[in-house]
Design a binder for this molecule. Structure first.
Ligand SMILES: [Zn+2]
Length: 413
């Protein structure tokens, strides 16, 4: 257990915060610090074909140790942490034999991690929990995933009696700013399928995510002196209000869960002559997703028809752009890749928690790039903030899941 703790701490104490405003990859030079360390460490534990490319993607191979043919599989994690909360000077605290009570993260600042607010903590009573000191995030997202992959590879190298096919691993930069898959060389990786080790609590197994689009809608108005405006003025802010009020009021993030999709207004700025509304569209169901985009167009057309004569052109101009799609479409034709992960968990006494992701993962992008890629738990909780924590036992279980998936994939049929 100490080995896995030491490894995890050696990663989280390296600041790798990414930056959405940077055009380079990696987005921050400091991500190289961990990328280079990982490449060295992979060589040291005996991995082969260890490469680090000009964008800091680290890849390595664990060669097959069986004679028969086995599909090449992969495991993927990201080494950046979110820019939403500071990841500099992480000082992890280790709480052995967690007693089920409050954990004081920072006495001076009176920051407490409490199961009365974070009920999930109670399922880890008696376990060893790693927390922050209340001033930074922890970085279990996704350095727990990296710890698990490296430890599983090391374990299989040290235990050649465990039979497995060729395994490829990749650690990526900039996942948190949505670019982890951008420069991922799927062909070089050469796996038939892979798993991101980037989920949260023990048991999580995900292969469905949102279809996602964003819309920027511009409203045009005509400004006239308000005293003499009758029949002349068009107030673009009121057009925007009219538009938003025609969207289904109950289909918003705060009123939906599970497979329920939504429209979400994320920004408005306006004056009489011009208003812009930014909104995002999410739905797991491809048909409903397309219907949502049609709805945007229908509302647009209706308002435009109403003002056509007065304005002499379109008052509503929508620009809709797709971001990513539900990986289910790419995973369902190869459902055995989910079933293997499920079987691995069950054989290890872990109850698989299969649920749709209300967001996206790098795996969804990778799935559409030709690498079907479900997501497996990495073990952490409360990502992207000071209350982030990870039970060491969950990381150990994730290591076992990786090894078991490797074994099951290599089983002779
Ligand atoms: Zn992550």
């Amino acid at each position: 257990m100490q080995h896995i703790i030491d490894r995890f701490i050696s990663y989280v104490t390296i600041d790798t915060e990414s930056d959405a405003n940077s055009p380079t990859t990696p987005s921050t030079a400091k991500q190289w610090d961990l990328a280079n360390k990982l490449a060295e460490e992979l060589k040291a534990i005996g991995m082969e074909d260890v490469t680090i490319d000009e964008h800091s993607y680290v890849m390595a191979t664990l060669p097959s140790n069986v004679d028969h043919e086995v599909p090449v599989i992969g495991f993927v994690s990201h080494f950046d942490t979110t820019p939403d909360f500071t990841g500099a000077n992480v000082k992890p605290q280790i709480v052995p034999n967690y007693d089920g009570g409050d954990i004081i993260l920072n006495k001076e600042l009176n920051i407490v991690l409490s199961p009365s607010y974070f009920k999930d903590m109670l399922q880890y009573k008696g376990q060893t929990i790693i927390t922050t000191d209340g001033t930074t995030l922890l970085g279990a997202d996704d350095k727990a995933g990296i710890t698990e992959i490296v430890t599983a590879m090391e374990y299989m190298i040290q235990h050649p009696e465990i039979k497995h096919g060729k395994i490829r691993i990749c650690f990526t930069p900039d996942e948190e700013i949505g670019r982890g898959a951008d420069l991922f060389d799927v062909e070089k990786f050469g796996a038939e399928w892979a798993y991101t080790m980037d989920g949260s609590q023990i048991g999580e197994l995900e292969y469905e995510n949102f279809n996602a689009a964003g819309a920027k809608i511009t409203f045009k108005g005509i400004s006239v002196h308000p005293g003499y405006a009758k029949g002349k003025m068009i107030n673009s802010m009121l057009l925007a209000n009219n538009f938003i009020s025609q969207l289904p009021a109950n289909e918003v993030p705060e009123k939906t869960k599970g497979y329920e999709g939504f429209f979400h207004v994320v920004g408005i700025s306006g004056s009489i002559e011009e208003t812009t509304v930014q909104l995002i569209i999410r739905d797991h169901d491809k048909v409903k997703f397309e219907e949502r985009k049609v709805m945007i167009q229908t509302i647009t057309d209706n308002i435009n028809a109403e003002y056509q004569k007065q304005f002499g052109g379109d008052v509503v101009i929508p620009e809709v752009r797709d971001y990513y799609y539900n990986m289910k479409e790419k995973v369902e034709p190869v459902m055995h890749i989910v079933e293997i992960a499920e079987k691995a968990m069950r054989e290890l006494g872990i109850e698989p928690l299969i649920k749709p992701i209300r967001g996206g993962t790098d795996g969804s992008r990778l799935s559409y790039m030709g690498l079907p890629c479900p997501n497996i738990f990495a073990g952490g909780h409360n990502f992207h903030g000071k209350y982030e924590y990870v039970p060491v036992e969950s990381m150990q279980k994730a290591v076992e899941v990786i090894v078991k998936i490797a074994e099951l994939t290599a089983e002779k049929k």
